[in-house]
Each structure stands twice: as structure tokens, then as C-alpha cells.
Ligand binder design. Sequence first.
Ligand code: FAD
Ligand code: DLZ
Ligand code: SF4
Length: 492
Amino acid sequence: MILRLVLGDQLNEKHSWFQKVDSNVLYLFQEVRSETDYVVHHIQKVVGIFLGMRHLAQHLKEKGHRVEYLKITDSNQQSTFVSNIEKIVKEYSIHQIEYQEPDEFRVDEDLKSLKSLGLEVKMVSAEHFLTNRSDLKEMFVGKKTYLMESFYRKMRVKWNVLVDENGQPLEGKWNFDHDNRKKWDPKRAVPPPFEFAHDARSLLEELELAKVKTMGQINPSCSVWPINRTEALQVFHYFLEWLLPLFGDFQDSMVQNERFLFHSRISFALNVKMLHPLEVIQAVERAYQEGVVKINQAEGFIRQILGWREFVRGIYWAEMPQYAKLNHFNHKNPLPDFFWTGKTDLNCLSQSIGQSLDHAYAHHIQRLMIIGNYALISGIDPDEVDRWYLGVYIDAFEWVELPNTRGMSQFADGGKLATKPYASSANYIQKMSNYCQHCKYNPKEKLGPNACPFNQKYWDFIGRNADAFRKNPRMSMMVKLWEKQNQNNLSS
Ligand code: FAD
Ligand code: DLZ
Ligand code: SF4
């Protein structure tokens, strides 16, 4: 008998494995402590994954497949993937184990150890990504840094997306970012999020019984996160119809009490493979071809998936395992307690962390320019920052979380991924959001009790790294400004 593993982020009912029923194949799903406990996860993330796993297992059973499902409360649980597998191998006289390429280095290493069982062990494609693990490394061999834009152009040509028959970009440009990112219009209404009635009550009791430690809030009967392909497609189609036309315009906006704005919320569905990136990209390209959206909206969205998503995955596999230890600035400060409660007077942080804890979601700019920016300029240890990001977001899996957090946001890789640190004072936050209007601090003040803490922390960050930043053409201007301020302070 063949044992096939289905991991919690491999919920792809369209995988070729499932297209033929074979009574000699046993599919194994495992709810295990090694996965619930490697960080403190958001409760909505654990529930989303477990409901998704349970749904796919049930769907496969109904189609006639043989399925073994280990629940977190089962008494015969061995608590790690490998120890459970060893037990099942004996129980079912398994002669071959197959698994889909795992997305995490840690799990990849664990599953390699299955070879020691003396059976045939085969790793197959997860049939999801648009690049192989090693493609990016090969593309940038001998280079010190990776460049998203050149990678992205190659991907556009390779997958024939928004290019003409000569491989040139449609409408003459590869990147339409300059046409996006408009100022927020306060009179504009945001469509409500698409929601599902899910009954998570018995699962929540099981998680409590098993004493799984989690963070954040959950509504046990209603969720914005899909748990199967049908629901994932509903979220995506809702995005196409109601949100995509304004996605690019307000991509970087941040608005008091608006959690999702015009973002798609498909990252969870993509990362657990309920949706395929190419179907999403091609649907958006079609919306452009049919005149439903302009090129800037379509290209801006496609770049995130065809470009950034594949790019960060390539960096993960090129740089692991050493990437997870990098700490370029040698930051050592602990994560403030308000990351776990959202309770702080800094309104932008209270909004962004608060919604992360309430919904397991914040959009890109909140993650980068509010929460990540604060951690960076405060000198917080990237290990602590990583653990928080890996736990709190519904879409957080290490292959995508780590390069975004440790690399792009904390610059802990010294610039392999980003050409400069994403650090800013209150100036940027005031420009891109209305958070400052609801805050007790003054974004314009640098000193005194009402001064926004982002200002003091930002200039301190520039000052303590002045020597290094002077050599970076994208940062040297800020060092000059910092020197000028110091001179003025000395002479006043
Ligand atoms: P949209 O804004 O609608 O974008 C569409 C899709 O593009 C997303 O669903 C996602 O699949 C893809 N995408 C956009 N930006 C990125 C990016 N930088 N890297 C990879 N894919 C991208 N994304 C995750 O999926 N998991 C993470 O753990 C994660 N951690 C992040 C940490 C930090 C510090 C930052 C700055 C970004 C992180 N991102 C992560 C990227 C991005 O914030 C999320 O993909 C996005 O907010 C998900 O919401 P959405 O589906 O509404 O995205
Ligand atoms: C994130 C997560 C959690 C919380 N629990 C499980 C689990 O119990 N079983 C499982 O198969 N997967 C889980 N996951 C997702 C895994 O962390 C993910 O499948 C691996 O890291 C492979 O990338
Ligand atoms: Fe954030 Fe400062 Fe603006 Fe307050 S004033 S919202 S702390 S940037």
C-alpha cells in the first residue's frame, strides 16, 4: 500500500493525485502539535487550516478515496509528522511513501528523514508554483542582491502575461506603479467583506481540550476566510467584481477602522493552494482584455503574484537555512507587550496591530510601514519580529513570511532583497493614512510630550547607522538631513 501525505498548506483538490481513485493508496492528514506549537498562531489561522483539512479529507472520502485523519485530540496521536507516519506505516503495511514538495525548510528536512524507514520515499510536485525552488538562485548566480523587477519581466515573458507576440509589455511599460496609489477619498464607500457561515464551535472545544496556545480573536460562526476551493473562488470573484477596479488606486492607503479596503484577501487561499496563482493571474488579465479594468490596475495586481510572491519564495530556497538567523543591525530589543494586545496610544499601531489580532490580517503597507517600520526603527530583535508575524497572519507560512519580514521589512539580510531599509518618520504615515487625525501625538513634532514617537525613533535609527547609510545612495540624503538637524540643535 502507498501512503500519501497531505499537509495543512496542501489543500489542493485539483492535484493530479486525487484525479484517480485507487484502493491501494491511503491519504494521511495530521493535526499535530509540532505544527500548532512551532510559534503561537492566531486562532483563526489554526481553525482555518484545520477546517480546510477536515473539509478536503471529507471531500476525498466522498469521492471514494481512502483517508486516515488524525485529529489533534486523538489518543493515538504521536505529535509530529514523522512519528505518526512511522506508526501508520506499521499499521497498514505500507511499502511506499509519497509527499508533495513541502514549502517549509523545517518540514522538508524532517520528511527527508523518512528515508531511514527503509521504504521507497518519493517527493512529487505540489503543482502550484510558477517557478522551481532553485530558479531564482540560478537566475542571480554570482550576484550579491536579487532584483525583483528583472525577475518579474522574465516571468511575464515565460508565462505570456500582458505581453505582445514579441515579448514586449502591453501598452509600452512593464510597471504602472506611478499611475496607482491615489490619495484616499473619505467619501468613498468600501464594499463589505465577503463572509462565510462556518461552525467552528466543536473544533474550538477540541483545541481547548488539547490546550493549544493561540492568540487573537475569533467569531465561531462566521469568517472572512474560505475553507475550501468553492469558497476561495467566491472570495476571488467578489474581488474581481467589486474590488479590483480600485485595487491599485488605494493599494497603499490606510484608513481608520477600515480593515480590508480594496485588497483581495486571497493570500490564505493561495498559500494553502485552494487557488492556483495562474488561474488568478489569467482571470485578472482577462478583466483587462475585456475592458473591465485598466492596465494599471491589472498589472499592479498581477505583479504581486507573478512577481513578488514567486520572488520571495525563490529567495527563501536560495538563502535558507542561514537566512533565518541574519541580524544585520544586531538588533536585540524585545517586542513590546502591546504587540499581543494592540493597546497603545500610537494610533497607527493600535489600528494595525488591533486588526491583526481581530482578523489575522493587515494589508501590505500596514505590515511594512507601520508595524515593521516601528520594529525596525526601535531596534527589535528580528527573531521576535519573525515569530510574531509567522503567528499572527492567516497567510503566514515561513517561505513567504521570512523574506518579507526579516528581509524586506527588517533589512536583517543587509540588503539582499531590498535596496534600502523601509524606515520612515511620521511624515509617510500622515501622507498615506488618516491615522494621525485620530492620534494623541502630533506627527509634525519631533521633540516634547506630544511629539510622535516615530520621529524620534526614525532619526535615532538614521543617526546610529549614519556611517553605513552615507554609502547608500538611497539613504545618504537622510544622513545629510540628520547632520543638519544636529548642527541646528547645537547652534540653538
Ligand atoms: P493583496 O494586496 O490583494 O495582493 C494580492 C496577492 O499578492 C496576495 O494575496 C499575495 O498572494 C500576493 N502578494 C502581495 N505582496 C506580496 C509579497 N510581498 N510577498 C508575497 N506575496 C505577495 N504575504 C503572505 O502571503 N504571507 C505572509 O506571511 C506575509 N508576510 C508579510 C510580512 C511583511 C512584513 C510584509 C511587508 C508583507 C507580507 N506579506 C505576506 C505580503 C502581503 O502583505 C500579503 O500577501 C497581503 O497583505 C495579503 O493580503 P491580500 O491577499 O489581500 O493581498
Ligand atoms: C500552520 C499549520 C498548523 C497550525 N497546523 C498544522 C497541522 O496540524 N497539520 C499540518 O499538516 N499542517 C499544519 N500547519 C501548516 C504546516 O505548518 C505546513 O503544512 C508545513 O509547514 C509545510 O509547509
Ligand atoms: Fe502614528 Fe505618530 Fe501618526 Fe500617531 S502621530 S498615528 S503615532 S504616525
